[in-house]
Design a protein around this ligand. Sequence first.
Ligand code: EPZ
Length: 430
Amino acid sequence: MQDTFVIEGLAGKRTLKGAIAVSGAKNAALKLMAASLVFRDRVVLKNVPDIEDVRRMADLLAHLGAKISFSRGTMEIMPPQNGNLPEIAPDIAKRMRASVVLTGPILARYGKVSFPHPGGCVIGARPIDIFIKGFDAMGARSVSDAKGYRIVTRGAHLVGAEIFFRKQSVTATETFMIAAVLAKGTTVLKNAAMEPEIEDLAKFLIAGGARVSGVGTPTVTIHGGGFLSMRGKTHTTTPDRIEAGSFLILAALAGQDVEVTRLNPAHLESLTAALTEAGVPLSVGKTSIRVHPKGKVPKLISQSIQTHEYPGFPTDLQAPMTILLTQAHGEAMVFETIFEGRLNYTESLKGMGADITMMDPHRILVKGPEPLKGRNLESPDLRAGLAFVIAATIAKGRSVIHNVYNIDRGYENIEGRLRKIGVKIERIPA
Ligand code: EPZ
């Protein structure tokens, strides 16, 4: 049994008010934690969100022999000193895709790694062929069976290589950046992903002494040079642009004057451009964005969106944006280009009264505005889970969201923070 959220909808009224602060990015923190394995001594990470996935990554590191303490957003990690257990704990890895990032540093450190097929949100096939090919290029061979994978370096170490990624992959770019730090020679990653979380990881590695260039472009070069050290410096995790974006969308739908704080507006340009086109007045500050700053609430205009690698429209904001489109005037196409199973949640929105037609597994047509009615919902993945919270907030009547674990995986104390701006949300413990 899992906790549930009970939400009393605002029935279309725009009453949310006040400031809501954004946490550190889940998808940055998890990779910073994995990268601690290429450090020689203690690392201190700040602004780490206290969420399920972060706790599970800490368990995976502890399984490898790392010592971890975590309190009030600050995580201290002492990498394993003598440990030599090159295994990603299967029971945890099966539940979390980000575990795959550990393959890079473990293989680079110990010359071998074994792991099950990584799990995570059910949003598509999520293969790992790009990883296997990359490790092969760096001098390692892989075998797989029903239990999972085992990869072993041919020589004592991974060797630098030129790797062209067949697709831009966030976790593959991160995995090979980390692995290349301990590899012999130079690694060049081509068609690399450019997400801000990758830049955050690069900053951390560079602060520890790594030689990394080209981050934020499709060609990233890493000169291998051995273990890193922070020498007492700390690293602060970049703000969660997906959480920030979800709050902005909620504010656009149900807010009078809401300020989303502790974010980086430069990471949110594709969303702020789409919201502006949809007619949402925004006032963009240095580290915050206000929605409907003058309390004026114009009607929303439909906007077609197409997900794309950064800096395009993020697939992780596709579900929240679709909720906005159900309330916008006109017809919009939502084209999900990254994952093939990431529109299935729209069936539940139809049950709430949304006018959505599935054209194929990648495309839906949304006609609006259509008022939503509260209902029982099952959170399919963490991003769609938060989208359901948004839908329930604007709907008429009460909604119950089951499977809240899927939301807790990515968002810290979400109900407490949303309540502060006026969302009527309660957690019912299992
Ligand atoms: C990361 O997933 C994020 N996860 C996802 O966030 C996010 O949706 C995604 O990037 C896209 O932005 C983490 O950072 C932990 P990809 P990732 O490899 O790295 C294909 C969330 O809710 N591909 O960039 O797994 C893949 O199927 C999560 O926080 C291969 O074909 O995504 C997809 O079509 C959900 N072979 C495309 O590449 C491979 O070996 C891009 O995926 C690897 C990927």
